[in-house]
Design a binder for this molecule. Structure first.
Ligand SMILES: [Fe+2]
Length: 270
């Protein structure tokens, strides 16, 4: 088993620059800083990250570039995320292994190896906190709109099989919110109904009721407008299976979205 740690992470635009983080999102940043120290201790061979903001239409993409280097200005919010430079090593061989596994499973997966491809902020923002030294190879993955939750879950299982059949050590980051029916006004919490659904999902996960979390996800994703249609969560359930000890760290709002920070330790002593 070599996925040492899974992380459900937030990427709300207002945390991109530490100096701009509002008070009600400070705990997100504090918890991601603490997780960063843990990742530093693990010294992973690579970080795999799936982002709800890399939304492909038909194919699942795997960024197999040897180097990820760019300057991000987010087209969705260039007033908040502008001129953000990043440079991380990639892991081409790992990325290609994932692509091959997807193809073998008859999942439409394609490798992207293009130095002109610029990362989305769902990838950049969590990495700025979780791997601030930019010294760990990264393989980033899209979510795919033509793929439902079942296919995304299966793709996650295939990815998990590759990573867990290896002798190397990995950290897997799932970047996205829970409830995500956005409204104007960054300070707004999700509605009480959406918060209740988020809480139930988190409770199923922390109680290791993986099957109930999976069963809940399709209706929950629709009603609460879960970011990415819940695909990052379907992938999370597929990748991690039932072999992890979950920890809930915090939950905070951003414009009506609910953002949970959770970690998943392999074989953590209880
Ligand atoms: Fe987002």
């Amino acid at each position: 088993m070599t996925i040492e740690l899974g992380v459900l992470a937030a990427h709300v635009p207002s945390i991109c620059h530490r100096e701009n983080v509002p008070e009600y999102q400070q705990d997100i940043v504090a918890k991601m800083d603490a997780i960063s120290e843990k990742i530093e201790t693990i010294k992973p061979d690579a970080v795999i990250i799936v982002s709800c903001h890399w939304q492909s239409t038909f194919h699942h993409y795997v960024d197999v570039s040897q180097t990820h280097k760019g300057v991000l200005t987010a087209f969705e919010c260039p007033d908040i995320i502008s001129d953000v430079k990043y440079e991380y090593p990639g892991d081409q061989s790992l990325g290609e292994k994932l692509v091959m596994a997807g193809k073998r499973a008859k999942i439409p997966v394609i490798a992207v190896n293009d130095p002109t491809y610029v990362w989305d902020y769902g990838t950049v923002v969590p990495l700025r906190y979780l791997v601030p030294s930019e010294d760990v190879p990264v393989v980033n993955l899209s979510i795919t709109l033509a793929a439902g939750l079942d296919e995304t879950y299966k793709w996650g299982q295939e990815i998990g099989n590759v990573l867990n059949g290896d002798y190397k050590r990995y950290v897997f980051i799932f970047s996205g919110a829970l409830a995500h029916n956005l409204v104007r006004g960054r300070h707004h919490m999700p509605t009480v109904s959406e918060q209740a659904l988020d809480k139930q999902f988190i409770d199923y996960i922390t109680g290791k009721n993986w099957n109930l979390a999976k069963e809940m996800l399709p209706q929950y994703a629709k009603i609460a407008g879960v970011e990415g249609g819940g695909r990052h969560l379907a992938m999370m359930l597929g990748v991690l299976g039932d072999k992890y000890h979950p920890t809930f760290h915090t939950y905070a709002q951003s414009s009506g979205s609910g953002n949970a920070i959770m970690t998943f330790d392999f074989k953590k002593e209880l």
